[in-house]
Ligand binder design. Structure first.
Ligand SMILES: Nc1nc2c(c(=O)[nH]1)N[C@H]1C(S)=C(S)[C@@H](COP(=O)(O)O)O[C@H]1N2
Ligand SMILES: [Mo]
Length: 204
């Protein structure tokens, strides 16, 4: 008889051993590095707005106050940056993309999304990776309002893809017909970015 023994996995859960939670080519960090391509935008919450678009067409726009009235969800996730650091059990609170779409009263009209940010940054994510509890617009980290350096007031969180997909200072999601490369995807990074498959660069 073969038993699950000491190396068995938790039923239905992730791997037991923290080292098994570090994707290939990554190492564990305990601090929270800051990585930003350009200057850090400082957005007062009175000036903040979040717009959902289908192609060029705005579908719904929320103020900070309106966005904060949406259902809030807490998640604990491991995150993986393409610069090789991984951080385990990070705590986030925000609005699931599912709840944003529900509030707008739409079903995904295309298969792809471009996330846009106040600093002009963008990143593309398939709809399948944004819905079903996989992604949120995070307003809090570790129980505190999200720090400006880490994307506050709000950032996208798509933790199962490399962290460049988690657009900081996010100000909108746009459904697109095609998978349109964003800022880093146009500059040599992988179009999808699965850390477990080491999809770091375009050719990976
Ligand atoms: N708006 C915006 N979002 C961004 C970036 C950026 O430069 N601008 N950098 C990306 C990259 S490459 C990474 S690794 C993570 C870093 O997030 P952190 O600074 O909170 O660690 O943010 C991503 N989101
Ligand atoms: Mo990054």
């Amino acid at each position: 008889m073969v038993t699950r023994g000491f190396v068995g996995k938790k039923p239905g859960g992730g791997p037991k051993d923290p080292t098994e939670r570090i994707p290939p080519g990554q190492h564990l960090v305990n601090d929270f590095p800051v990585l930003t391509a350009g200057p850090t935008p400082r957005i007062a919450t009175v000036d903040w707005a979040f717009t959902l678009k289908v192609g060029p067409q705005p579908v719904k726009k929320w103020t900070w106050q309106e966005f904060n009235a949406l259902p809030m969800t807490k998640v604990v996730r491991d995150i993986h940056c393409v610069t090789t650091w991984s951080k385990l059990d990070t705590q986030w609170e925000g609005v699931m993309v599912d709840d944003i779409l529900a509030d707008a009263g739409i079903e995904p009209p295309t298969d792809f999304v471009l996330a846009h940010s106040f600093d002009g940054y963008s990143t593309n994510v398939p709809v399948a990776d944004m819905v079903g509890g996989k992604a949120m617009v995070a307003l809090k980290f570790g129980g505190q309002p999200l720090a400006t350096d880490h994307g506050g007031p709000a950032r996208l969180l798509v933790p199962h893809l490399y962290f460049w997909k988690s657009a900081k200072w996010v100000n909108g999601l746009q459904f697109t017909q095609k998978d349109e490369p964003g800022f880093w995807e146009l500059r040599g990074y992988h179009i999808y970015g699965d850390p477990w498959l080491e999809q770091r660069y375009t050719s990976d």
